[in-house]
Design a protein around this ligand. Structure first.
Ligand code: AP5
Length: 214
């Protein structure tokens, strides 16, 4: 199974990606997670990428495409769940060509949607572990101890791009660049629209129903 998770910030791509990884036993590859790990380093490239992430803007296509191709090489046959890639038509074409060279294609693109009001609440109260990147939400999935990660005892922090101004810019980037992928994949007849409104388990069930029986 080769899946892409698509949707505006906060729809739960990362959350569902991790749950689907367990259910379907295929790896979840998140460009956001990979880039956040990369910018922790003190290289020239890391510093350059950090600026894009902090501003809530897309990192240049070539940089992200190289990262994702490297990771996909290991998983391309057995299957994968891509979260955060592609983000625009140019990245979608890069992915199509890469898969075509291997003689395969995507099975489904899961488009998660919910009202912006709900998404903003999710993003403002999200906290992530600085150490292992586990994701929490202060109300819907709080850690057992205040601001301490349940999995590694790491410190929970707010993502730089979850500040109000940057959230607005990320929604703008989504509207300007990523939304056009809905039509791109609809034309290929692999787009599945799923409501991301509801608790995590409810959304997971909706996705699994489509992926297994749709
Ligand atoms: P990325 O990390 O991909 O950010 P995003 O697309 O904005 O998505 P988010 O991670 O904010 O949200 P999500 O949908 O994963 O929601 P989550 O599951 O965490 O990218 C970050 C940056 O990296 C970009 O801005 C860009 O700079 C760069 N980048 C990444 N990919 C790139 C690419 N391909 N090209 C160029 N640049 C790229 O959930 C959110 C919160 O809600 C959590 O607290 C969670 O616990 C909670 N929650 C989730 N589901 C539910 C639910 N059903 N009910 C209640 N709460 C829920």
């Amino acid at each position: 199974m080769r899946l892409v998770l698509l949707g505006p910030p906060g729809t739960g791509k990362g959350t569902q990606g991790k749950m689907l990884e367990k259910e379907l036993k295929i790896p979840h590859l998140s460009t956001g997670d990979i880039l956040r790990e990369t910018v922790k380093k003190s290289t020239f490239l890391a510093k350059k990428m950090a600026k894009y992430l902090k501003r809530g803007e897309l990192v240049p296509d070539e940089t992200v495409a190289e990262i994702i191709k490297k990771r996909l090489k290991k998983n391309v046959v057995s299957g994968f769940i891509l979260d955060g890639f592609p983000r625009n038509i140019s990245q979608a074409e890069i992915l199509d060509n890469f898969l075509k060279e291997k003689g395969i294609c995507l099975d489904r693109v899961i488009y998660l949607e919910a009202k912006e009001k709900i998404l903003i609440k999710r993003l403002k109260d999200r906290r992530i572990c600085f150490n292992c990147q586990a994701v929490f939400h202060l109300k819907s999935s709080p850690p057992q101890r205040d601001l301490i990660c349940d999995y590694c005892n790491g410190r929970l922090t707010q993502r730089d791009d979850d500040k109000e101004e940057t959230i607005k810019r990320r929604f703008h980037e989504y509207q300007e660049k990523t939304k056009s992928l809905i039509d791109y994949y609809r034309k290929k007849k692999i787009l599945v629209k799923i409501s991301a409104d509801g608790d995590k388990q409810t959304v997971l069930k909706r996705i699994l129903r489509e992926v297994k029986y749709g």
